[in-house]
Design a protein around this ligand. Structure first.
Ligand code: NIG
Ligand code: FE
Length: 407
């Protein structure tokens, strides 16, 4: 991260400010009307009403626009080769989604050069930034050999601090019918090689991918090397993913589309976040998760875009917020919280997803007076300015773009 340590910046003329700090403003979003924010040294120095804002070196008058914390994208698969538009078209014509499509991307990823993989990852990080994501988790999972996963981990680690080793995505073709052997190799070799560059260990626990015992083996092997678990679970049918995540104290279980009451109760009594990925359900015509049941039970919910070439080729959290409100019956406040503070919880980060003194100066301004417009105006590119570490990282107004690395 490049921090602006020399000059303070004051954002004035903020119509509605989302702080996610209920101690300074209204409701869970900590809303302040007619607000100002000061950034200094890469962090938030002050938030409050514009009429009591301190002076700063540089001023931006936002002319009544809304300002929010930068989105915290806690689930994405950006290191891959190729694309699968034909598979998408076949699905829209009635084919079901099956985990096996991942193998096509494994082949394309193995065949890509280092330069191609890195360029594709940067391209998608730039795209994420333009829709307001200032923190982006990035998974591996399309190499599935030690060397290819190490290559993906290295590329991801050069671009973001939030690197997830998705060591067990699907058994690759050379292990067809031998998932146990693949898991043994992951636990004996792959995790040792890749763990130093990763923070998280992930597994796809689903029929056609890995069963509960295999997922348990991979996650505990990763934990033994200092990685923190997260799980792809309950995406395509009910299954053991949610309970396994809770049992292991995973930071997050992601997808969570098919849940029993016991799954919801277990999540509600745990610190595991349920990360909902409506872009994947939209693009696979899957059942949306029962967000209301999760929220009403007290589960912490995050929203992610799940950018990947198979199930969800979008980087847009604004799009996911709109679906979450329209089709998953989340309130706009819940959806905005889930894409900011919720993502930060899923990544166990206290310094992002919130605008309070000391937090990272990551924020976005909308071409709209209120965050409500994110759901109210679906598909419209409302994100106008994005600051990361106190610097203007992208602006629709000037076309200025500095997305190149999130670290
Ligand atoms: O999060 N569910 C597993 N992994 C990805 C899909 C990967 C793919 O189809 O390429 C997901 O949806
Ligand atoms: Fe995923």
């Amino acid at each position: 991260m490049t921090a602006n340590t020399s000059r303070s910046t004051v954002l004035t003329g903020i119509g509605t400010l989302v702080t996610n700090d209920p101690t300074v403003g209204e409701g869970p979003l900590g809303l302040i009307r007619d607000a100002a924010v000061v950034f200094d040294g890469g962090v938030v120095a002050w938030v409050g009403r514009a009429d009591s804002a301190p002076a700063g070196d540089v001023g931006h008058d936002l002319d009544g626009r809304a300002v929010l914390p930068g989105f915290v994208e806690s689930h994405s698969h950006l290191v891959f080769g190729g694309e699968r538009a034909e598979e998408f078209a076949a699905r829209m014509a009635g084919q079901p989604y099956a985990a096996g499509g991942i193998r096509n991307t494994i082949e394309a990823t193995r065949n890509a050069t280092d330069e191609q993989l890195e360029a594709n990852t940067r391209r998608l990080l730039d795209e994420s930034l333009r829709s307001g994501s200032t923190t982006v988790e990035c998974k591996t999972g399309y190499g599935q050999t030690v060397a290819h996963e190490l290559r993906s981990t290295t590329i991801a680690a050069s671009l973001t601090d939030e690197v997830t080793l998705l060591a067990a995505h699907v058994p690759p073709p050379e292990y067809a019918g031998r998932a146990d052997d693949y898991v043994a190799m992951v636990c004996a070799e792959m995790i040792d090689a890749c763990a130093p560059q990763a923070k998280w260990i992930d597994v796809f626990c689903e029929t056609g991918a890995f069963d509960r015992d295999q997922a348990h083996a991979v996650l505990t092997a990763g934990m033994a090397k200092g990685l923190i678990p997260r799980v792809h679970g309950n995406q395509l049918r009910e299954g053991p993913g949610v309970q396994l995540a809770v049992e292991l104290g995973a930071a997050s279980v992601d997808h969570v589309c098919y849940t029993t009451q016991a799954d919801i109760d277990a999540l509600a009594q745990s610190s595991t976040v349920a990360t909902l990925l409506p872009g994947a359900d939209f693009s696979t015509r899957n059942k949306y998760p029962d967000a209301r049941a999760l929220l009403d039970a007290g589960v912490t919910v995050a929203l992610g875009a799940d950018c990947n070439p198979g199930t969800s080729y979008t980087t847009s959290l604004p799009f996911c917020i709109a679906i979450a409100v329209r089709d998953m019956h989340m309130t706009p406040d819940e959806a905005v919280w889930a894409a900011t503070a919720g993502g930060a919880r899923a990544l166990q980060r206290a310094d992002v997803g919130v605008l309070r003194p000391g937090a990272r100066a990551d924020a976005l301004a909308l071409d709209a007076p209120s965050y409500l417009h994110l759901a109210y105006r679906p598909g419209v590119p409302l994100v106008r300015d994005v600051w990361r570490g106190g610097e203007l990282a992208w602006s629709a107004h000037t076309g200025h773009e500095k997305a190149r690395a999130l670290r």
